[in-house]
Design a protein around this ligand. Structure first.
Ligand code: S3P
Length: 173
Protein backbone atom coordinates (compact mmCIF):
# COMPACT_ATOMS: atom_id res chain seq x y z
CA UNK A 1 0.00 0.00 0.00
CA UNK A 2 1.44 3.33 -1.06
CA UNK A 3 -1.17 6.04 -1.28
CA UNK A 4 -4.18 6.88 0.83
CA UNK A 5 -7.04 8.22 -1.27
CA UNK A 6 -9.96 10.11 0.23
CA UNK A 7 -13.11 9.89 -1.85
CA UNK A 8 -16.67 11.14 -1.43
CA UNK A 9 -19.14 13.78 -2.54
CA UNK A 10 -18.32 17.50 -2.58
CA UNK A 11 -18.39 18.86 0.95
CA UNK A 12 -17.86 15.50 2.65
CA UNK A 13 -14.66 16.80 4.31
CA UNK A 14 -11.98 15.19 2.13
CA UNK A 15 -9.61 18.17 2.19
CA UNK A 16 -10.11 18.95 5.88
CA UNK A 17 -9.54 15.31 6.85
CA UNK A 18 -6.67 14.93 4.38
CA UNK A 19 -4.75 17.82 5.94
CA UNK A 20 -5.31 16.54 9.47
CA UNK A 21 -4.44 12.96 8.56
CA UNK A 22 -1.23 14.16 6.95
CA UNK A 23 -0.29 15.94 10.17
CA UNK A 24 -1.15 12.93 12.31
CA UNK A 25 0.59 10.30 10.15
CA UNK A 26 3.44 12.60 9.14
CA UNK A 27 3.17 11.90 5.44
CA UNK A 28 2.69 14.40 2.58
CA UNK A 29 -0.75 15.55 1.51
CA UNK A 30 -1.98 16.52 -1.96
CA UNK A 31 -5.32 18.03 -2.94
CA UNK A 32 -6.03 16.82 -6.45
CA UNK A 33 -8.18 19.84 -7.38
CA UNK A 34 -5.44 22.20 -6.23
CA UNK A 35 -2.83 20.27 -8.18
CA UNK A 36 -4.92 20.59 -11.35
CA UNK A 37 -5.50 24.30 -10.67
CA UNK A 38 -1.72 24.76 -10.29
CA UNK A 39 -0.95 22.84 -13.47
CA UNK A 40 -3.55 24.68 -15.55
CA UNK A 41 -2.93 28.08 -13.97
CA UNK A 42 -6.66 28.73 -13.60
CA UNK A 43 -9.53 28.05 -11.19
CA UNK A 44 -11.84 25.03 -11.50
CA UNK A 45 -14.84 27.16 -12.58
CA UNK A 46 -12.61 28.71 -15.26
CA UNK A 47 -11.41 25.28 -16.48
CA UNK A 48 -15.04 24.13 -16.77
CA UNK A 49 -16.03 27.32 -18.56
CA UNK A 50 -13.10 27.40 -20.97
CA UNK A 51 -12.55 23.70 -21.75
CA UNK A 52 -15.67 21.90 -20.48
CA UNK A 53 -16.26 19.17 -17.90
CA UNK A 54 -14.99 16.30 -20.09
CA UNK A 55 -11.59 17.98 -20.30
CA UNK A 56 -11.49 18.40 -16.52
CA UNK A 57 -12.31 14.69 -16.08
CA UNK A 58 -9.42 13.87 -18.38
CA UNK A 59 -7.11 16.00 -16.22
CA UNK A 60 -8.24 14.08 -13.14
CA UNK A 61 -7.51 10.77 -14.82
CA UNK A 62 -4.08 11.95 -16.02
CA UNK A 63 -3.24 13.10 -12.53
CA UNK A 64 -4.01 9.68 -11.07
CA UNK A 65 -2.10 7.90 -13.81
CA UNK A 66 1.03 9.99 -13.70
CA UNK A 67 1.34 11.07 -10.07
CA UNK A 68 4.65 9.97 -8.58
CA UNK A 69 4.92 6.81 -6.62
CA UNK A 70 5.20 7.94 -3.04
CA UNK A 71 3.65 7.23 0.34
CA UNK A 72 1.15 10.10 0.60
CA UNK A 73 -2.45 11.18 1.14
CA UNK A 74 -4.52 12.41 -1.80
CA UNK A 75 -7.93 14.04 -1.49
CA UNK A 76 -9.83 13.53 -4.73
CA UNK A 77 -12.54 15.65 -6.38
CA UNK A 78 -16.10 14.38 -5.93
CA UNK A 79 -16.30 13.09 -9.51
CA UNK A 80 -13.11 11.02 -9.50
CA UNK A 81 -14.36 7.71 -8.08
CA UNK A 82 -17.33 7.72 -10.45
CA UNK A 83 -15.04 6.74 -13.32
CA UNK A 84 -14.38 2.97 -13.02
CA UNK A 85 -10.87 3.23 -14.45
CA UNK A 86 -9.99 5.81 -11.78
CA UNK A 87 -11.39 3.57 -9.06
CA UNK A 88 -9.46 0.60 -10.36
CA UNK A 89 -6.25 2.62 -10.41
CA UNK A 90 -6.79 3.90 -6.88
CA UNK A 91 -7.55 0.45 -5.51
CA UNK A 92 -4.43 -0.96 -7.18
CA UNK A 93 -2.10 1.73 -5.88
CA UNK A 94 -3.37 2.35 -2.38
CA UNK A 95 -6.02 2.39 0.25
CA UNK A 96 -9.33 4.05 -0.61
CA UNK A 97 -11.30 5.70 2.20
CA UNK A 98 -14.84 6.89 1.54
CA UNK A 99 -16.04 9.76 3.73
CA UNK A 100 -19.74 8.98 3.89
CA UNK A 101 -21.53 12.19 4.90
CA UNK A 102 -25.30 12.76 4.83
CA UNK A 103 -26.77 14.98 2.13
CA UNK A 104 -28.16 17.33 4.81
CA UNK A 105 -24.63 17.96 6.17
CA UNK A 106 -23.22 18.26 2.68
CA UNK A 107 -25.85 20.77 1.59
CA UNK A 108 -25.07 22.99 4.58
CA UNK A 109 -21.42 23.10 3.49
CA UNK A 110 -21.73 23.52 -0.26
CA UNK A 111 -24.96 25.42 -0.98
CA UNK A 112 -23.32 28.85 -1.03
CA UNK A 113 -20.09 27.78 -2.69
CA UNK A 114 -19.17 29.65 -5.87
CA UNK A 115 -16.07 27.56 -6.54
CA UNK A 116 -17.87 24.38 -7.47
CA UNK A 117 -19.34 24.61 -10.99
CA UNK A 118 -21.64 21.62 -10.44
CA UNK A 119 -23.22 23.31 -7.42
CA UNK A 120 -23.60 26.52 -9.38
CA UNK A 121 -25.44 24.81 -12.22
CA UNK A 122 -27.70 22.49 -10.19
CA UNK A 123 -30.72 22.81 -7.92
CA UNK A 124 -30.78 21.22 -4.46
CA UNK A 125 -32.95 18.39 -5.84
CA UNK A 126 -30.56 17.73 -8.72
CA UNK A 127 -27.61 17.62 -6.33
CA UNK A 128 -29.40 15.19 -4.05
CA UNK A 129 -30.13 12.91 -7.01
CA UNK A 130 -26.47 13.10 -8.04
CA UNK A 131 -25.43 12.36 -4.45
CA UNK A 132 -27.59 9.22 -4.34
CA UNK A 133 -26.32 8.06 -7.71
CA UNK A 134 -22.66 8.63 -6.89
CA UNK A 135 -22.82 7.10 -3.42
CA UNK A 136 -23.06 3.64 -4.99
CA UNK A 137 -19.82 4.26 -6.90
CA UNK A 138 -18.03 5.54 -3.79
CA UNK A 139 -19.12 2.48 -1.85
CA UNK A 140 -17.87 0.05 -4.44
CA UNK A 141 -14.58 1.91 -4.94
CA UNK A 142 -13.76 2.08 -1.22
CA UNK A 143 -11.80 -0.32 0.96
CA UNK A 144 -13.14 1.46 4.04
CA UNK A 145 -16.34 3.43 4.57
CA UNK A 146 -16.23 6.12 7.26
CA UNK A 147 -19.54 7.58 8.40
CA UNK A 148 -19.03 11.20 9.34
CA UNK A 149 -22.45 12.16 10.74
CA UNK A 150 -22.24 13.39 14.34
CA UNK A 151 -18.46 12.99 14.47
CA UNK A 152 -15.93 15.80 14.83
CA UNK A 153 -13.07 16.26 12.35
CA UNK A 154 -10.74 15.03 15.04
CA UNK A 155 -12.75 11.83 15.61
CA UNK A 156 -12.96 11.13 11.88
CA UNK A 157 -9.23 11.73 11.45
CA UNK A 158 -8.34 9.45 14.35
CA UNK A 159 -10.57 6.71 13.02
CA UNK A 160 -9.05 7.05 9.53
CA UNK A 161 -5.54 6.92 11.01
CA UNK A 162 -6.44 3.80 12.98
CA UNK A 163 -7.68 2.08 9.80
CA UNK A 164 -4.56 3.08 7.86
CA UNK A 165 -2.23 1.81 10.59
CA UNK A 166 -4.18 -1.44 10.89
CA UNK A 167 -3.92 -2.12 7.16
CA UNK A 168 -0.31 -1.02 7.04
CA UNK A 169 0.68 -3.52 9.69
CA UNK A 170 -1.33 -6.27 7.92
CA UNK A 171 0.58 -5.38 4.77
CA UNK A 172 3.88 -5.93 6.48
CA UNK A 173 2.97 -9.29 8.03
C1 S3P B 1 -16.54 17.99 -8.46
C2 S3P B 1 -16.02 18.18 -7.20
C3 S3P B 1 -15.02 19.19 -6.87
C4 S3P B 1 -14.19 19.53 -8.12
C5 S3P B 1 -15.08 19.90 -9.25
C6 S3P B 1 -16.06 18.79 -9.63
C7 S3P B 1 -17.58 16.95 -8.67
O1 S3P B 1 -14.15 18.72 -5.85
O2 S3P B 1 -13.37 18.44 -8.49
O3 S3P B 1 -15.77 21.06 -8.89
O4 S3P B 1 -17.87 16.60 -9.82
O5 S3P B 1 -18.13 16.45 -7.66
P1 S3P B 1 -14.62 18.57 -4.29
O6 S3P B 1 -15.27 17.23 -4.16
O7 S3P B 1 -13.33 18.64 -3.55
O8 S3P B 1 -15.52 19.70 -4.01
Amino acid sequence: MKKIYLIGFMGSGKSAIGRRLSFLLKIPYYDMDQEIVKKMGMSIPRIFEKYGEAFFRQQEHEYLKTFRDEWCIISTGGGVAVNPSNSKLMRQTGLVLFLDATFVDIWKRISRDVNRPIVQSSSREELETLFTKRRRFYKSAAHILIRTEGRSLRQITEYAAFQVNRLKSNDMN
